[in-house]
Structures are given as C-alpha cells and as structure tokens.
Ligand binder design. Structure first.
Ligand SMILES: [Zn+2]
Length: 377
C-alpha cells in the first residue's frame, strides 16, 4: 500500500516538475557494520602466568616478556571488547589437555570454569580434547561429577560444565551423529540491521593417530575441507552472512614474528585452504603453536583471512569483519595479534580468584610430584 502511494506521488512529482528535475543525488551507502571476533587457541590449561618468556624479534634482538595466564588473558579480552557492541569470543581447540598440574590434576575443570568467566562462546575440539575420551569430554560440556577416568571429578568444587558451545563438525560417533554440533550461529542485531555469522568447528582429520586409542574409541575423524564445504548451504539457509571456520590445524613460519606476519607460511593447513568453499572467508587455526595473521595471500585465498594466536594464552587475535548492512556483504576484514599481559593489561579479579583457589589446592600435590607438562600441539 505504502509503496503504491510513494509510486503515485513520484509519478505526480515527475509530471508537475518535468522541466526542472533536480539532479539525482547519489544514494549514500550505509556505514559498514563491524563485527569483532576475538580468538585464541591451544590454551592447554595454562591458568597461571609462566616465568617471563624470551622472544626474539626479526632483527635478532632478544628480550623477555611477561605473558600468558588466564587472568591476563581475560583482562586483555575485556580491554579489546571495550566499545564494541558486536563481539564474540572463540577458540580453535586444545583448550584443555596436555595441561599443567593445576588444571590436569582436576581433570581440567578449572580451565573450563576459567573459559566461562572470560566469555568464550564457541570452541572447536582439538586432538587434546579427546585425551580422556569422548564421555569425559561430554562431561566437560554438560557438567556434573560422573567418573570416567582414574581421577576423582569435582575434587575442589562442583563442576557446572562449559557455558560455551563445543563444535565438532568432523567427529562422528558410531551412530553417524557428530559428538557435538557441527556449527553455531551468532546473530548481531545492530541499529543498521542484523548480521549473522556462521561458525564451523573441527579438529584435524589425523586426530585418531595423536590420541591413545581409548580416547577416540567409537569415533571417526572426517576430512576437514569436505566436511566444512558440505555445511555451507545449511549455514547460508539459516541466514549466515559469512562463515568463520574454527579449525584445529595450522601452519608454521620459517622465522619468528611477533604474531602478525605470514611470510613463508607452510604446513598442513595449506591443502585444506585450497579446497575450502569461498563462502568460508575467515579461518581461525591452531595446533602448531605458531602465531600468524595471513591476509588474502595467494596461499590463503583472495580476501580471506587466516589467523592463529600461538599457544598458552600468550596472544589474542582481534579479528574485525565489516559488512554492508543493506546487502549483508562482507566488505573487508583484518586481524592483529596482541601480546597478552606484558605489563599492558591488568589481571581479571574473578579469574585470579579461581586460579588462586586451585593453586592452593594443588600446592601439596605439586610438592610431591613435579608437574608433568609439555605438548606438541
Ligand atoms: Zn593440537
């Protein structure tokens, strides 16, 4: 009805003023809507800030930085989110497993609690998520104190489970279903219109060869690109304006960078990237423990972004996606890795309280048995 009236008025106006038509005013495009994706990977239960880490810059200069620790990580993420209404926090796997005693001794329950506190929303599984088997991993999601391992669950406090969503698109159980949902959607209602991001989460297809057979009993791990591409139509049908892949597989670099380089990237992620549907525009990777940001290089694909935040919460990746709210088209994207801690971010008080609680619980145990640690992705 309104459209008809507008059309009628327009026709009238044209008729009455045909001799002095105003020059057409170019339509002003709406300001882009920016969505922030904060990402990290391979946290491996590193709740405490380690001794200062020595880093080497590209020019060979070496210096030590204080980095990592979940209280620093949470504070850094809060700082990055400040002023951003449209933000989501994600992880690309190995959040738990191969963790220091403070987390491992408590079946990584404190790490799940710490991830809840820092606002994690989607977490792809990695190989180490399966270290204690599928049933125990399901307990990480659902909570509760059922015993699936030698260790006693809920030894310090009740365990509520993850408030974030595990995603496992390529991990298939005997009945053909995936162990966790394959995908997640997040819709941002902005004043200019809604933008929806689709997420696909997965681990590397070689996971079964990296985990003890009991950990992956009854599970099969499917090809990464084939699995991801098959999910694209479904996500689009559910309104995804672009698709972010959280994949626990990654690349390596020939030289150290401070986390924002990509030159000479090589590794197992590359053949996967070459096969991905172009609708998957943004890839948050992991597993190799290298930090990088790759922007539209020939290997990564034009307009595509590939990131990794190294390991242990030493880095956080701040990804920005800019959309045209009218067409819902992704206009541009970029990312940067920031060093967590390093005197620049404070400590989150509730994370610190959680870490202190488990640190005092583990102290008598730690003095009896030195912490087993170390991980190769
Ligand atoms: Zn891994």
């Amino acid at each position: 009805m309104i459209r008809r009236i507008v059309a009628a008025l327009a026709a009238l106006g044209l008729g009455a003023c045909a001799a002095r038509v105003a020059p057409p005013t170019p339509s002003v495009p709406a300001a882009p809507v920016e969505i922030q994706v904060l990402a990290f990977n391979d946290f491996h239960g590193n709740l405490q800030t380690p001794d200062p880490v020595e880093v080497a810059e590209l020019d060979g200069a070496r210096h030590k930085i204080v980095t990592g620790g979940v209280a620093h990580l949470a504070a850094a993420l809060s700082e990055l989110r400040a002023g951003h209404a449209n933000t989501v926090t994600v992880s690309a796997g190995d959040t738990i497993g191969a963790s220091p005693l403070i987390s491992a001794n408590y079946l990584d329950e404190p790490t799940i609690a710490a991830m809840n506190l820092l606002g994690l929303e989607f977490n792809s599984v990695g190989n180490h998520e399966f270290d204690r088997g599928g049933d125990e991993l399901k307990r990480m999601q659902a909570g509760g104190c059922a015993k699936f391992t030698r260790r006693k669950p809920c030894a310090v406090e009740p365990f509520a489970g993850a408030r974030f969503r595990y995603l496992a698109a390529n991990v298939v159980q005997a009945d053909g279903s995936t162990i966790f949902p394959a995908t997640g959607l997040k819709r941002f209602d902005t004043p200019a219109g809604a933008i929806t991001i689709g997420f696909i989460g997965m681990t590397l297809k070689g996971t079964a060869s990296l985990v003890t057979p009991s950990g992956v009993k009854g599970l099969s791990f499917k090809d990464e690109a084939e699995t991801a591409n098959a999910l694209v139509p479904r996500l689009k049908a559910h309104g995804a304006d672009t698709i972010v892949l959280l994949i626990h597989q990654g690349g390596k670099l020939p030289k150290f960078t401070t986390g924002n380089g990509c030159e000479g990237l090589y590794g197992e992620i590359l053949p996967i990237l070459g096969k991905l549907d172009p609708a998957i525009t943004t890839i948050v990777s992991g597993h190799t423990h290298w930090a990088y940001v790759c922007r539209g290089t020939p290997q990564v694909g034009a307009g595509r972004l590939l990131t990794s935040a190294g390991k242990y919460g030493y880095f956080a990746t701040d990804v920005r996606l800019r959309f045209d709210p009218a067409s819902h088209r992704l206009l541009s994207q970029d990312a940067r890795n920031i060093v967590v801690g390093n005197g620049e971010h404070g400590e989150d008080a509730s994370e610190k309280a959680l870490v202190d609680r488990y640190a005092s619980a583990v102290t008598p145990i730690a003095s009896r048995c030195p912490a087993p640690r170390g991980s190769t992705g």
